[in-house]
Design a binder for this molecule. Sequence first.
Ligand code: ADP
Ligand code: GLC
Length: 475
Amino acid sequence: MRVLHVAAEMFPFVKTGGLADVVAALPAAQRAAGLDARVLLPGYPAVLDALRRSRKVHDGGTLFGAARVTLRQGVLTDGELPVYVIDAPYLYARDGGPYQDEAGREWRDNLQRFALLGWYGAHLAAGDAGPQWQPELLHCHDWHAALACTMLRLHPPRRSRTVFTVHNLAYQGRFELGDFPLLGLPARCLDGLDGLEFHGQLSFMKAGLVDADAISTVSPTYAREITTAEFGCGLEGVLRSRADDLHGILNGVDPAVWNPATDAHLAATYDAADLDGKAQCKAFLQQELGLAVRSDAPLFAVVSRLSQQKGLDLLLEVLPGLLAAGAQLVLLGSGDAALESAFREAARAHPTAVGVQIGYDEALAHQIIAAADVILLPSRFEPCGLTQLYGLRYGTLPLVRRVGGLADTVDTTTGFTFDTADAGALSDAVQRALIAWRDRPHWRTLQQNAMNRDHSWSAAAAAYTSLYRSCRLRS
Ligand code: ADP
Ligand code: GLC
């Protein structure tokens, strides 16, 4: 089956979160399973720099205000995966992030930037973006790719079907209603239950939810949660109306990137049969970050975007109790300025027990996940979550709030869970982890259970294949 993934991020070229990891790993797992999976990406500088063996496959001329738009096909660095890259310098050739400038402000032309991504997805699927490979299934990821579903639905007779995957309902791609004409869509696409209008704005997320043939999200629990007012971000009614087409498929772990037995970022490698290397990783990290080098101090860790979603304000509340019990904390992350400074302050106040690195650092993320004893995810909501899966694989027990994908991947045989999003419940879970830590044979058993859990991408790839096969064209 020919599948085109349409996405705004792909590890290691452009990444703000787990979406990038998924877009790198899932197509590779699908190719290993015999599908012809490919990826369509915006031509950010990092993507164009990595593009090899490329040729121009379509001349778009002027689109969404950008002149000289072309589509190139090639591979990225030494990869095998065929990628299509939209070369539109006016929209994509700039420093900064995929969605924001260097100061953290949304790009003012995100509507045009991601309308163009959707346009190419739809036109490749419709067979009118060059005389070439035509996907049977368009797999669109998050709001950035959502308009592909709308644009393709306007293209009868069409044969390609669309799957829209929600990685995070909280980021919706909302724009001024007055900018609707910039999209070049017929007026009937705007209004009504099935229109792009949502609470007086345009919503790309809603477009994906109403126009895709099937919808998926990245865990079964989140698939249920988003049909409720608590987690639905206002879109729960739309999601309920499509309940029969809504599926939850858990993400996996890419073993080429996250494997403690081969991880080149680590001071020492290890596996479930021999955890000596893990102890060396812990001592190395404690030393690097200026913490007391103590194997008997339980090391708690966070590797995360610092946003409201992740519940790390609760961790600040329980930190005094954690330190009083003789534990240590390492945090790597960036985002919310108040959280950044609060954690920096904690590190200043407790230099031998709290290590904080503000920023994005791939190597350090691996070193922390290998070195720590517990990986913390006290999230308010979590569509899937990948760091707890990396923790399981590295024998680093996850301590998580029981929501979304965290509820589906961690239980009392592999980690620690709590229910209510408050400091008291988190503190109880931390106490349970500390008690378990003192019982060394029990801790080893939990680690073995965690490391033996199968979160390979092949299971997810098979689930997507059956979704693709069952998905019917929506008229
Ligand atoms: P989300 O997508 O909501 O951020 P996930 O758990 O799905 O959450 O994915 C986060 C990904 O980003 C993981 O690969 C994690 O290791 C990585 N990550 C998060 N923060 C950092 C950071 N500061 N430095 C390096 N990697 C990070
Ligand atoms: C989102 C979610 C995260 C999920 C990731 C990949 O960023 O916040 O929970 O793991 O997408 O699907």
